[in-house]
Design a protein around this ligand. Structure first.
Ligand code: C2E
Ligand code: CA
Ligand code: CA
Length: 556
Protein backbone atom coordinates (compact mmCIF):
# COMPACT_ATOMS: atom_id res chain seq x y z
CA UNK A 1 0.00 0.00 0.00
CA UNK A 2 2.71 2.44 1.00
CA UNK A 3 4.40 1.95 -2.31
CA UNK A 4 1.22 2.98 -4.08
CA UNK A 5 0.94 6.14 -2.07
CA UNK A 6 4.61 6.73 -2.63
CA UNK A 7 4.12 6.51 -6.38
CA UNK A 8 1.03 8.65 -6.30
CA UNK A 9 2.92 11.26 -4.38
CA UNK A 10 5.89 11.07 -6.65
CA UNK A 11 3.63 11.39 -9.64
CA UNK A 12 1.99 14.50 -8.28
CA UNK A 13 4.13 16.19 -10.92
CA UNK A 14 5.06 13.52 -13.46
CA UNK A 15 8.33 13.58 -15.35
CA UNK A 16 8.72 13.37 -19.13
CA UNK A 17 11.78 12.69 -21.20
CA UNK A 18 11.85 14.57 -24.54
CA UNK A 19 14.25 13.07 -27.09
CA UNK A 20 14.42 15.41 -30.12
CA UNK A 21 17.44 16.61 -32.11
CA UNK A 22 15.87 19.73 -33.61
CA UNK A 23 16.64 22.53 -31.14
CA UNK A 24 13.61 24.65 -32.01
CA UNK A 25 11.16 21.74 -31.86
CA UNK A 26 12.64 20.61 -28.57
CA UNK A 27 12.37 24.07 -27.06
CA UNK A 28 8.75 24.40 -28.09
CA UNK A 29 7.90 20.97 -26.67
CA UNK A 30 9.65 21.66 -23.40
CA UNK A 31 8.05 25.07 -23.12
CA UNK A 32 4.54 23.62 -23.52
CA UNK A 33 5.09 20.57 -21.33
CA UNK A 34 6.89 22.26 -18.45
CA UNK A 35 3.67 23.90 -17.24
CA UNK A 36 2.42 20.49 -16.09
CA UNK A 37 5.46 18.20 -16.06
CA UNK A 38 9.10 17.96 -15.06
CA UNK A 39 10.93 17.75 -18.35
CA UNK A 40 14.25 16.05 -19.10
CA UNK A 41 15.77 17.05 -22.46
CA UNK A 42 17.94 14.92 -24.77
CA UNK A 43 19.32 16.05 -28.14
CA UNK A 44 19.77 12.50 -29.46
CA UNK A 45 18.94 8.88 -28.67
CA UNK A 46 22.24 8.23 -26.89
CA UNK A 47 21.72 11.05 -24.41
CA UNK A 48 18.11 9.91 -24.18
CA UNK A 49 19.21 6.42 -23.11
CA UNK A 50 21.53 7.86 -20.50
CA UNK A 51 18.70 9.89 -19.01
CA UNK A 52 16.39 6.88 -19.17
CA UNK A 53 18.91 4.80 -17.23
CA UNK A 54 19.30 7.50 -14.60
CA UNK A 55 15.62 8.38 -14.19
CA UNK A 56 13.43 5.45 -15.34
CA UNK A 57 12.05 5.21 -11.82
CA UNK A 58 10.46 8.62 -11.92
CA UNK A 59 9.67 8.86 -15.65
CA UNK A 60 6.03 8.72 -16.68
CA UNK A 61 6.62 9.00 -20.41
CA UNK A 62 9.17 9.32 -23.22
CA UNK A 63 8.40 11.58 -26.18
CA UNK A 64 10.64 10.27 -28.97
CA UNK A 65 11.68 11.64 -32.36
CA UNK A 66 12.49 8.97 -34.99
CA UNK A 67 15.21 10.45 -37.10
CA UNK A 68 18.17 11.68 -35.11
CA UNK A 69 21.94 11.48 -35.43
CA UNK A 70 24.10 9.19 -33.20
CA UNK A 71 21.25 6.92 -32.08
CA UNK A 72 17.87 7.14 -33.78
CA UNK A 73 14.42 6.43 -32.42
CA UNK A 74 14.39 2.81 -33.62
CA UNK A 75 17.66 2.09 -31.91
CA UNK A 76 16.40 3.84 -28.76
CA UNK A 77 13.33 1.58 -28.70
CA UNK A 78 15.39 -1.51 -29.40
CA UNK A 79 17.72 -0.84 -26.48
CA UNK A 80 14.92 0.22 -24.18
CA UNK A 81 13.21 -3.08 -24.84
CA UNK A 82 16.26 -5.07 -23.71
CA UNK A 83 15.95 -3.91 -20.13
CA UNK A 84 12.86 -5.01 -18.23
CA UNK A 85 13.14 -2.17 -15.76
CA UNK A 86 12.18 0.29 -18.48
CA UNK A 87 9.08 -1.60 -19.53
CA UNK A 88 6.79 0.49 -17.34
CA UNK A 89 7.76 3.72 -19.12
CA UNK A 90 5.54 4.25 -22.19
CA UNK A 91 6.81 5.90 -25.38
CA UNK A 92 5.01 8.25 -27.74
CA UNK A 93 6.80 8.52 -31.08
CA UNK A 94 6.70 11.61 -33.28
CA UNK A 95 6.53 10.71 -37.01
CA UNK A 96 5.86 12.46 -40.27
CA UNK A 97 2.24 12.30 -41.45
CA UNK A 98 2.95 9.91 -44.33
CA UNK A 99 5.30 7.54 -42.53
CA UNK A 100 3.08 4.47 -42.06
CA UNK A 101 6.03 2.11 -42.35
CA UNK A 102 7.86 3.94 -39.58
CA UNK A 103 4.81 3.64 -37.38
CA UNK A 104 4.56 -0.10 -37.93
CA UNK A 105 8.23 -0.57 -37.18
CA UNK A 106 7.96 1.52 -34.00
CA UNK A 107 4.93 -0.45 -32.85
CA UNK A 108 6.85 -3.67 -33.29
CA UNK A 109 9.63 -2.22 -31.21
CA UNK A 110 7.22 -1.41 -28.39
CA UNK A 111 6.06 2.17 -28.95
CA UNK A 112 2.71 2.92 -27.35
CA UNK A 113 1.29 5.81 -29.36
CA UNK A 114 2.08 8.34 -32.11
CA UNK A 115 1.83 12.01 -32.78
CA UNK A 116 2.25 13.62 -36.13
CA UNK A 117 4.85 16.26 -36.95
CA UNK A 118 4.76 19.22 -37.17
CA UNK A 119 3.50 19.26 -33.58
CA UNK A 120 0.03 20.54 -32.84
CA UNK A 121 0.51 21.50 -29.19
CA UNK A 122 -3.08 20.85 -28.12
CA UNK A 123 -3.22 17.37 -29.65
CA UNK A 124 0.23 16.58 -28.32
CA UNK A 125 -0.76 17.62 -24.77
CA UNK A 126 -3.93 15.54 -24.88
CA UNK A 127 -2.09 12.44 -26.06
CA UNK A 128 0.53 12.89 -23.38
CA UNK A 129 -2.04 13.43 -20.62
CA UNK A 130 -4.06 10.39 -21.67
CA UNK A 131 -1.07 8.12 -21.85
CA UNK A 132 0.20 9.17 -18.42
CA UNK A 133 -3.21 8.80 -16.87
CA UNK A 134 -3.71 5.35 -18.38
CA UNK A 135 -0.34 4.15 -17.20
CA UNK A 136 -0.91 5.38 -13.66
CA UNK A 137 -4.31 3.80 -13.28
CA UNK A 138 -2.92 0.53 -14.57
CA UNK A 139 0.00 0.58 -12.19
CA UNK A 140 -2.14 1.47 -9.18
CA UNK A 141 -4.63 -1.29 -9.92
CA UNK A 142 -1.75 -3.64 -10.43
CA UNK A 143 -0.13 -2.82 -7.15
CA UNK A 144 -3.38 -2.94 -5.21
CA UNK A 145 -4.21 -6.30 -6.72
CA UNK A 146 -0.97 -8.21 -6.71
CA UNK A 147 1.88 -8.60 -4.31
CA UNK A 148 4.86 -7.90 -6.54
CA UNK A 149 7.16 -10.29 -4.67
CA UNK A 150 5.08 -13.46 -4.63
CA UNK A 151 2.54 -12.76 -7.33
CA UNK A 152 -0.24 -13.59 -4.85
CA UNK A 153 -3.20 -11.29 -4.29
CA UNK A 154 -2.70 -8.37 -1.95
CA UNK A 155 -4.54 -8.53 1.37
CA UNK A 156 -7.46 -6.33 0.35
CA UNK A 157 -7.92 -8.14 -2.94
CA UNK A 158 -7.68 -11.52 -1.31
CA UNK A 159 -10.48 -10.61 1.10
CA UNK A 160 -12.59 -9.22 -1.71
CA UNK A 161 -12.05 -12.17 -4.03
CA UNK A 162 -12.86 -14.71 -1.30
CA UNK A 163 -16.13 -12.85 -0.69
CA UNK A 164 -16.87 -13.08 -4.41
CA UNK A 165 -16.17 -16.82 -4.35
CA UNK A 166 -18.55 -17.28 -1.40
CA UNK A 167 -21.23 -15.31 -3.19
CA UNK A 168 -20.79 -17.33 -6.37
CA UNK A 169 -20.79 -20.71 -4.61
CA UNK A 170 -22.98 -20.39 -1.52
CA UNK A 171 -23.31 -24.17 -1.00
CA UNK A 172 -19.69 -25.11 -1.60
CA UNK A 173 -17.49 -26.12 1.32
CA UNK A 174 -14.11 -24.37 1.62
CA UNK A 175 -11.06 -24.45 3.91
CA UNK A 176 -8.88 -21.46 4.71
CA UNK A 177 -5.20 -22.06 5.47
CA UNK A 178 -2.72 -19.45 6.69
CA UNK A 179 1.03 -19.84 6.94
CA UNK A 180 3.47 -18.10 9.20
CA UNK A 181 7.26 -18.26 9.32
CA UNK A 182 8.94 -18.54 12.74
CA UNK A 183 10.92 -15.49 13.85
CA UNK A 184 10.95 -13.99 10.40
CA UNK A 185 12.41 -10.76 11.70
CA UNK A 186 15.40 -12.58 13.16
CA UNK A 187 15.87 -14.49 9.89
CA UNK A 188 15.88 -11.17 8.05
CA UNK A 189 18.54 -9.77 10.33
CA UNK A 190 20.64 -12.87 10.05
CA UNK A 191 20.44 -13.83 6.38
CA UNK A 192 19.47 -10.54 4.76
CA UNK A 193 16.36 -9.37 3.00
CA UNK A 194 17.18 -10.92 -0.35
CA UNK A 195 17.56 -14.47 0.98
CA UNK A 196 14.39 -14.06 3.06
CA UNK A 197 12.47 -12.79 0.07
CA UNK A 198 13.44 -16.01 -1.67
CA UNK A 199 12.07 -17.94 1.31
CA UNK A 200 8.76 -16.10 0.89
CA UNK A 201 8.63 -16.76 -2.84
CA UNK A 202 9.44 -20.45 -2.37
CA UNK A 203 6.83 -20.90 0.29
CA UNK A 204 4.19 -19.10 -1.76
CA UNK A 205 5.03 -21.26 -4.79
CA UNK A 206 5.03 -24.41 -2.72
CA UNK A 207 1.62 -23.71 -1.29
CA UNK A 208 0.15 -22.67 -4.60
CA UNK A 209 1.44 -25.84 -6.25
CA UNK A 210 0.94 -28.54 -3.64
CA UNK A 211 -2.45 -27.52 -2.31
CA UNK A 212 -4.89 -29.02 -4.72
CA UNK A 213 -7.92 -27.00 -5.60
CA UNK A 214 -6.50 -23.65 -4.59
CA UNK A 215 -9.08 -21.06 -5.39
CA UNK A 216 -7.47 -17.86 -4.17
CA UNK A 217 -4.09 -17.10 -2.60
CA UNK A 218 -3.00 -13.88 -0.92
CA UNK A 219 -0.17 -12.32 1.01
CA UNK A 220 -1.98 -10.92 4.01
CA UNK A 221 1.03 -9.84 6.08
CA UNK A 222 4.80 -9.53 5.83
CA UNK A 223 5.39 -13.27 6.19
CA UNK A 224 1.83 -14.57 6.26
CA UNK A 225 -0.03 -16.10 3.34
CA UNK A 226 -3.63 -17.20 3.11
CA UNK A 227 -5.16 -19.68 0.69
CA UNK A 228 -8.77 -20.60 0.12
CA UNK A 229 -9.15 -24.18 -1.11
CA UNK A 230 -11.90 -26.70 -1.60
CA UNK A 231 -12.64 -28.54 1.64
CA UNK A 232 -10.42 -31.57 2.25
CA UNK A 233 -9.58 -34.16 4.93
CA UNK A 234 -7.28 -33.19 7.79
CA UNK A 235 -4.99 -36.09 6.82
CA UNK A 236 -4.50 -34.77 3.33
CA UNK A 237 -3.62 -31.34 4.69
CA UNK A 238 -0.80 -32.82 6.71
CA UNK A 239 0.75 -34.73 3.83
CA UNK A 240 0.52 -31.81 1.43
CA UNK A 241 1.99 -29.19 3.71
CA UNK A 242 4.68 -31.16 5.46
CA UNK A 243 7.31 -30.86 2.74
CA UNK A 244 7.07 -27.06 2.67
CA UNK A 245 9.71 -26.55 5.32
CA UNK A 246 12.33 -28.57 3.42
CA UNK A 247 14.42 -27.16 0.56
CA UNK A 248 14.44 -23.63 1.94
CA UNK A 249 17.20 -21.32 0.73
CA UNK A 250 18.26 -20.58 4.32
CA UNK A 251 18.69 -23.18 7.09
CA UNK A 252 16.29 -23.92 9.93
CA UNK A 253 13.20 -22.16 8.68
CA UNK A 254 10.22 -23.15 10.79
CA UNK A 255 6.85 -22.84 9.12
CA UNK A 256 3.47 -23.09 10.83
CA UNK A 257 0.14 -23.66 9.14
CA UNK A 258 -3.26 -22.91 10.64
CA UNK A 259 -6.43 -24.21 9.02
CA UNK A 260 -10.06 -23.30 9.44
CA UNK A 261 -12.13 -26.09 7.95
CA UNK A 262 -15.44 -25.80 6.19
CA UNK A 263 -15.59 -22.06 6.76
CA UNK A 264 -18.82 -20.25 7.54
CA UNK A 265 -19.47 -17.98 4.56
CA UNK A 266 -21.19 -15.41 6.76
CA UNK A 267 -18.09 -14.71 8.82
CA UNK A 268 -16.03 -11.79 7.48
CA UNK A 269 -12.92 -13.01 5.68
CA UNK A 270 -10.43 -11.14 7.93
CA UNK A 271 -11.99 -12.92 10.90
CA UNK A 272 -11.61 -16.28 9.18
CA UNK A 273 -7.93 -15.48 8.66
CA UNK A 274 -7.70 -14.57 12.36
CA UNK A 275 -9.08 -17.97 13.22
CA UNK A 276 -6.44 -19.75 11.19
CA UNK A 277 -3.80 -17.48 12.70
CA UNK A 278 -4.93 -18.25 16.23
CA UNK A 279 -4.67 -21.95 15.44
CA UNK A 280 -1.07 -21.17 14.53
CA UNK A 281 -0.59 -19.49 17.92
CA UNK A 282 -1.20 -22.82 19.63
CA UNK A 283 1.80 -24.44 17.89
CA UNK A 284 4.08 -21.37 17.82
CA UNK A 285 6.37 -22.78 20.51
CA UNK A 286 7.19 -25.91 18.55
CA UNK A 287 10.27 -25.93 16.37
CA UNK A 288 10.19 -26.62 12.64
CA UNK A 289 7.03 -27.56 10.78
CA UNK A 290 3.65 -27.74 12.49
CA UNK A 291 0.04 -27.66 11.50
CA UNK A 292 -3.03 -26.84 13.63
CA UNK A 293 -6.76 -26.64 13.09
CA UNK A 294 -9.07 -24.02 14.48
CA UNK A 295 -11.39 -25.91 16.82
CA UNK A 296 -14.27 -25.37 19.23
CA UNK A 297 -12.00 -24.85 22.20
CA UNK A 298 -10.19 -22.04 20.42
CA UNK A 299 -13.51 -20.62 19.38
CA UNK A 300 -14.67 -20.60 22.99
CA UNK A 301 -11.44 -18.95 24.05
CA UNK A 302 -11.82 -16.27 21.38
CA UNK A 303 -15.35 -15.57 22.54
CA UNK A 304 -14.19 -15.23 26.13
CA UNK A 305 -11.32 -13.06 25.02
CA UNK A 306 -13.76 -10.85 23.19
CA UNK A 307 -15.96 -10.53 26.28
CA UNK A 308 -12.87 -9.70 28.32
CA UNK A 309 -11.80 -6.99 25.91
CA UNK A 310 -15.25 -5.50 25.76
CA UNK A 311 -15.75 -5.40 29.49
CA UNK A 312 -12.34 -4.57 30.95
CA UNK A 313 -12.65 -0.77 31.00
CA UNK A 314 -16.04 -0.86 32.72
CA UNK A 315 -14.74 -3.49 35.10
CA UNK A 316 -12.11 -1.09 36.34
CA UNK A 317 -14.60 1.77 36.66
CA UNK A 318 -17.08 -0.45 38.52
CA UNK A 319 -14.39 -1.86 40.78
CA UNK A 320 -14.90 -5.48 39.74
CA UNK A 321 -11.19 -6.05 40.33
CA UNK A 322 -9.89 -6.71 43.79
CA UNK A 323 -6.48 -7.47 45.20
CA UNK A 324 -5.67 -10.64 47.13
CA UNK A 325 -2.55 -11.09 49.23
CA UNK A 326 -0.52 -14.27 49.47
CA UNK A 327 1.74 -14.38 52.55
CA UNK A 328 5.44 -15.13 52.27
CA UNK A 329 6.75 -17.04 55.25
CA UNK A 330 10.02 -15.88 56.83
CA UNK A 331 12.07 -19.02 57.58
CA UNK A 332 14.29 -17.35 60.22
CA UNK A 333 11.60 -15.69 62.29
CA UNK A 334 8.96 -18.34 61.56
CA UNK A 335 6.33 -15.63 60.93
CA UNK A 336 4.97 -13.79 57.93
CA UNK A 337 7.77 -11.91 56.17
CA UNK A 338 5.96 -10.35 53.24
CA UNK A 339 3.12 -10.83 50.77
CA UNK A 340 2.44 -10.79 47.05
CA UNK A 341 -0.46 -8.79 45.64
CA UNK A 342 -2.46 -10.89 43.15
CA UNK A 343 -5.34 -9.39 41.25
CA UNK A 344 -8.77 -11.05 41.11
CA UNK A 345 -11.69 -10.33 38.80
CA UNK A 346 -15.30 -11.13 39.57
CA UNK A 347 -17.08 -10.62 36.28
CA UNK A 348 -20.87 -10.03 36.42
CA UNK A 349 -21.48 -12.63 33.67
CA UNK A 350 -18.45 -14.89 33.66
CA UNK A 351 -18.08 -15.00 37.43
CA UNK A 352 -14.57 -15.57 38.75
CA UNK A 353 -12.05 -15.17 35.92
CA UNK A 354 -8.54 -16.50 36.44
CA UNK A 355 -5.62 -14.06 36.04
CA UNK A 356 -4.01 -16.72 33.85
CA UNK A 357 -6.85 -16.05 31.41
CA UNK A 358 -7.23 -12.29 31.49
CA UNK A 359 -3.67 -11.06 32.15
CA UNK A 360 -2.43 -12.24 28.72
CA UNK A 361 -5.41 -10.52 27.07
CA UNK A 362 -4.68 -7.31 28.98
CA UNK A 363 -1.04 -7.57 27.99
CA UNK A 364 -1.95 -7.87 24.33
CA UNK A 365 -4.28 -4.89 24.49
CA UNK A 366 -2.10 -2.69 26.68
CA UNK A 367 -4.77 -2.44 29.36
CA UNK A 368 -2.46 -4.16 31.85
CA UNK A 369 -0.65 -0.88 32.60
CA UNK A 370 -3.88 0.66 33.89
CA UNK A 371 -4.70 -2.39 35.94
CA UNK A 372 -1.24 -2.52 37.46
CA UNK A 373 -1.47 1.14 38.52
CA UNK A 374 -4.77 0.25 40.17
CA UNK A 375 -3.03 -2.60 42.03
CA UNK A 376 -0.22 -0.31 43.19
CA UNK A 377 -2.75 2.13 44.60
CA UNK A 378 -4.77 -0.64 46.27
CA UNK A 379 -1.61 -1.98 47.88
CA UNK A 380 -0.67 1.47 49.20
CA UNK A 381 -4.20 1.91 50.53
CA UNK A 382 -4.09 -1.48 52.22
CA UNK A 383 -0.71 -0.80 53.83
CA UNK A 384 -2.09 2.52 55.12
CA UNK A 385 -5.09 0.69 56.60
CA UNK A 386 -2.85 -1.88 58.27
CA UNK A 387 -0.73 0.88 59.77
CA UNK A 388 -3.82 2.75 60.97
CA UNK A 389 -5.22 -0.44 62.50
CA UNK A 390 -1.94 -1.06 64.29
CA UNK A 391 -1.33 -4.40 62.54
CA UNK A 392 2.13 -5.88 62.00
CA UNK A 393 3.44 -4.49 58.71
CA UNK A 394 5.23 -6.54 56.03
CA UNK A 395 6.52 -5.55 52.58
CA UNK A 396 4.10 -6.23 49.73
CA UNK A 397 5.22 -7.01 46.20
CA UNK A 398 3.35 -6.06 43.04
CA UNK A 399 3.71 -7.80 39.68
CA UNK A 400 4.99 -5.74 36.77
CA UNK A 401 4.32 -6.62 33.16
CA UNK A 402 6.57 -6.04 30.20
CA UNK A 403 4.41 -3.11 29.11
CA UNK A 404 4.71 -1.38 32.47
CA UNK A 405 8.27 -0.54 31.50
CA UNK A 406 7.02 1.50 28.55
CA UNK A 407 5.09 3.73 30.95
CA UNK A 408 7.13 6.93 31.25
CA UNK A 409 8.32 7.57 34.81
CA UNK A 410 6.75 4.43 36.28
CA UNK A 411 9.06 4.54 39.34
CA UNK A 412 8.14 8.18 39.98
CA UNK A 413 4.44 7.36 39.69
CA UNK A 414 4.79 4.62 42.29
CA UNK A 415 6.75 7.00 44.51
CA UNK A 416 3.94 9.55 44.21
CA UNK A 417 1.42 6.90 45.34
CA UNK A 418 3.61 5.89 48.28
CA UNK A 419 3.84 9.53 49.33
CA UNK A 420 0.11 10.06 48.90
CA UNK A 421 -0.63 7.28 51.41
CA UNK A 422 2.44 8.00 53.56
CA UNK A 423 4.00 4.56 53.00
CA UNK A 424 7.67 3.85 53.62
CA UNK A 425 9.08 2.92 50.22
CA UNK A 426 10.99 -0.08 51.59
CA UNK A 427 7.55 -1.70 52.08
CA UNK A 428 6.92 -1.81 48.33
CA UNK A 429 8.57 -4.41 46.09
CA UNK A 430 8.33 -4.76 42.34
CA UNK A 431 8.23 -8.28 40.87
CA UNK A 432 9.33 -8.61 37.31
CA UNK A 433 9.53 -11.68 35.10
CA UNK A 434 12.44 -12.65 32.94
CA UNK A 435 10.28 -12.39 29.85
CA UNK A 436 9.72 -8.71 30.60
CA UNK A 437 13.46 -8.33 30.86
CA UNK A 438 14.38 -10.28 27.75
CA UNK A 439 11.95 -8.38 25.54
CA UNK A 440 13.11 -4.93 26.56
CA UNK A 441 16.41 -5.25 28.46
CA UNK A 442 17.64 -1.63 28.36
CA UNK A 443 14.35 -0.09 29.47
CA UNK A 444 13.99 -2.64 32.26
CA UNK A 445 17.51 -2.11 33.60
CA UNK A 446 17.00 1.66 33.60
CA UNK A 447 13.62 1.44 35.32
CA UNK A 448 14.93 -0.97 37.96
CA UNK A 449 17.83 1.35 38.73
CA UNK A 450 15.32 4.16 39.31
CA UNK A 451 13.08 1.86 41.34
CA UNK A 452 15.92 1.02 43.69
CA UNK A 453 17.31 4.54 43.86
CA UNK A 454 13.89 5.73 44.97
CA UNK A 455 13.98 3.22 47.83
CA UNK A 456 11.85 0.34 46.51
CA UNK A 457 13.05 -3.27 46.18
CA UNK A 458 13.22 -5.31 42.97
CA UNK A 459 12.44 -9.03 42.77
CA UNK A 460 13.10 -11.33 39.83
CA UNK A 461 10.00 -13.52 39.45
CA UNK A 462 9.79 -17.05 38.09
CA UNK A 463 13.55 -17.59 38.09
CA UNK A 464 14.40 -20.80 36.25
CA UNK A 465 11.33 -20.88 34.05
CA UNK A 466 12.93 -19.05 31.13
CA UNK A 467 16.12 -19.36 29.15
CA UNK A 468 18.04 -16.22 29.97
CA UNK A 469 18.21 -16.75 33.73
CA UNK A 470 21.92 -16.35 34.24
CA UNK A 471 22.26 -13.40 31.91
CA UNK A 472 19.41 -11.56 33.60
CA UNK A 473 20.74 -12.25 37.10
CA UNK A 474 24.05 -10.77 36.09
CA UNK A 475 22.83 -7.55 34.49
CA UNK A 476 19.72 -6.66 36.47
CA UNK A 477 19.90 -4.50 39.57
CA UNK A 478 18.01 -6.78 42.00
CA UNK A 479 17.34 -7.43 45.68
CA UNK A 480 15.43 -10.71 45.61
CA UNK A 481 15.29 -13.84 43.47
CA UNK A 482 12.05 -15.86 43.38
CA UNK A 483 12.55 -19.45 42.37
CA UNK A 484 9.84 -20.60 39.98
CA UNK A 485 7.38 -23.13 41.37
CA UNK A 486 8.06 -25.58 38.53
CA UNK A 487 11.58 -26.06 39.92
CA UNK A 488 10.35 -27.00 43.37
CA UNK A 489 7.61 -29.22 42.06
CA UNK A 490 10.02 -31.07 39.82
CA UNK A 491 12.55 -31.41 42.64
CA UNK A 492 9.80 -32.84 44.79
CA UNK A 493 8.73 -35.33 42.14
CA UNK A 494 12.28 -36.51 41.55
CA UNK A 495 13.12 -36.28 45.23
CA UNK A 496 16.23 -34.41 44.16
CA UNK A 497 16.68 -30.84 45.40
CA UNK A 498 20.14 -30.22 43.97
CA UNK A 499 18.90 -27.64 41.45
CA UNK A 500 17.04 -25.77 44.20
CA UNK A 501 20.20 -25.83 46.26
CA UNK A 502 22.32 -24.55 43.37
CA UNK A 503 19.87 -21.72 42.69
CA UNK A 504 19.83 -20.65 46.34
CA UNK A 505 23.64 -20.73 46.45
CA UNK A 506 23.81 -18.69 43.27
CA UNK A 507 21.52 -16.06 44.77
CA UNK A 508 23.62 -15.94 47.91
CA UNK A 509 26.79 -15.40 45.87
CA UNK A 510 25.05 -12.48 44.17
CA UNK A 511 23.89 -11.12 47.53
CA UNK A 512 20.23 -11.65 46.76
CA UNK A 513 17.52 -12.78 49.14
CA UNK A 514 15.61 -15.88 48.01
CA UNK A 515 11.91 -16.66 47.86
CA UNK A 516 10.84 -20.17 46.93
CA UNK A 517 7.39 -20.26 45.34
CA UNK A 518 4.82 -23.02 45.06
CA UNK A 519 5.66 -24.86 48.26
CA UNK A 520 2.65 -27.07 48.93
CA UNK A 521 3.75 -29.66 51.51
CA UNK A 522 5.47 -29.71 54.87
CA UNK A 523 8.22 -31.89 53.39
CA UNK A 524 8.93 -29.30 50.68
CA UNK A 525 8.93 -26.48 53.23
CA UNK A 526 11.45 -28.34 55.37
CA UNK A 527 13.74 -29.22 52.46
CA UNK A 528 13.93 -25.65 51.11
CA UNK A 529 14.37 -24.16 54.61
CA UNK A 530 17.30 -26.50 55.21
CA UNK A 531 18.82 -25.33 51.94
CA UNK A 532 18.92 -21.78 53.33
CA UNK A 533 16.14 -19.98 51.50
CA UNK A 534 14.88 -16.80 53.18
CA UNK A 535 11.17 -16.76 52.39
CA UNK A 536 8.65 -19.40 51.33
CA UNK A 537 5.45 -18.69 49.42
CA UNK A 538 2.93 -21.40 48.69
CA UNK A 539 -0.30 -23.14 49.56
CA UNK A 540 1.41 -24.94 52.47
CA UNK A 541 1.45 -21.66 54.38
CA UNK A 542 -1.44 -19.91 52.71
CA UNK A 543 -3.43 -19.40 49.53
CA UNK A 544 -3.86 -15.83 48.28
CA UNK A 545 -6.21 -14.16 50.80
CA UNK A 546 -8.99 -11.58 50.60
CA UNK A 547 -8.10 -8.28 52.24
CA UNK A 548 -9.99 -9.08 55.50
CA UNK A 549 -8.54 -12.62 55.62
CA UNK A 550 -5.08 -11.19 55.07
CA UNK A 551 -5.50 -8.75 57.95
CA UNK A 552 -6.65 -11.66 60.08
CA UNK A 553 -3.50 -13.56 59.06
CA UNK A 554 -1.33 -10.59 60.10
CA UNK A 555 -3.00 -10.50 63.50
CA UNK A 556 -2.09 -14.13 64.31
P1 C2E B 1 2.91 -15.31 39.56
O1 C2E B 1 3.37 -13.91 39.73
O2 C2E B 1 3.97 -16.34 39.37
O3 C2E B 1 2.02 -15.60 40.83
C1 C2E B 1 2.01 -16.81 41.49
C2 C2E B 1 0.83 -17.63 41.08
O4 C2E B 1 0.94 -18.94 41.66
C3 C2E B 1 -0.49 -17.10 41.61
O5 C2E B 1 -1.49 -17.45 40.67
C4 C2E B 1 -0.70 -17.88 42.88
O6 C2E B 1 -2.04 -17.97 43.25
C5 C2E B 1 -0.16 -19.23 42.49
N1 C2E B 1 0.33 -20.00 43.63
C6 C2E B 1 0.79 -19.54 44.82
N2 C2E B 1 1.17 -20.54 45.61
C7 C2E B 1 0.95 -21.69 44.94
C8 C2E B 1 1.15 -23.08 45.23
O7 C2E B 1 1.62 -23.49 46.30
N3 C2E B 1 0.81 -23.97 44.27
C9 C2E B 1 0.30 -23.59 43.09
N4 C2E B 1 -0.02 -24.51 42.18
N5 C2E B 1 0.09 -22.29 42.75
C10 C2E B 1 0.42 -21.35 43.68
P2 C2E B 1 -2.51 -16.38 40.14
O8 C2E B 1 -2.94 -15.48 41.26
O9 C2E B 1 -3.53 -17.14 39.39
O10 C2E B 1 -1.66 -15.49 39.15
C11 C2E B 1 -1.17 -16.00 37.97
C12 C2E B 1 -0.24 -15.04 37.32
O11 C2E B 1 -0.95 -13.87 36.90
C13 C2E B 1 0.83 -14.51 38.25
O12 C2E B 1 1.87 -15.41 38.32
C14 C2E B 1 1.20 -13.22 37.60
O13 C2E B 1 2.12 -13.46 36.54
C15 C2E B 1 -0.10 -12.76 36.98
N6 C2E B 1 -0.68 -11.75 37.86
C16 C2E B 1 -1.47 -11.88 38.95
N7 C2E B 1 -1.81 -10.68 39.46
C17 C2E B 1 -1.21 -9.74 38.68
C18 C2E B 1 -1.18 -8.30 38.67
O14 C2E B 1 -1.74 -7.62 39.54
N8 C2E B 1 -0.46 -7.70 37.69
C19 C2E B 1 0.21 -8.41 36.73
N9 C2E B 1 0.87 -7.74 35.82
N10 C2E B 1 0.20 -9.75 36.71
C20 C2E B 1 -0.50 -10.42 37.66
CA1 CA C 1 4.71 -12.81 40.88
CA1 CA D 1 6.03 -16.34 40.17
Amino acid sequence: MNQVFENMRRNARPSILVVEDNDINREILCEVLSDTYNVFEAEDGAVGLELLTAHYNELSLVLLDVYMPVCDGFEFLRRKRRDERYAAVPVIVATASDAIEDEIKCLELGANDFIVKPYNTQIMLNRVNNMIHLRESASIVNQLTWDSLTGLYSKVFFYRTVEDVFAAAPNESFDLVCSDIDNFKTLNDRYGEEACNRVLVMLADHMAQTLEDVIVGGRIGGDTFAFLTKHQDPESWESKLSSAANDMPVPNVGVKFGITEDVDHDIPVPQLCNRSMSAIDTVKDRGGFAIAFFDDEMHQRQLIEQVIRESMETALEQRQFSVFYQPKHNVQTNTIGGAEALVRWTHPLLGFVSPGLFIPVFERSGFITKLDMFVWEEVCRELRECIDKGLPIVPISVNASRLDFDVPDLPKKIAALADKYGIDRSLLHLELTETAYSENPEAVVEALKDVRELGFSAELDDFGSGYSSLASLNTLPLDVMKLDMSIVQQASELNDFRIVEAAINLAQVLDLKTVVEGVETEEEAKRVSDLGCDLIQGYFYSKPLRQDEFEEYLRR
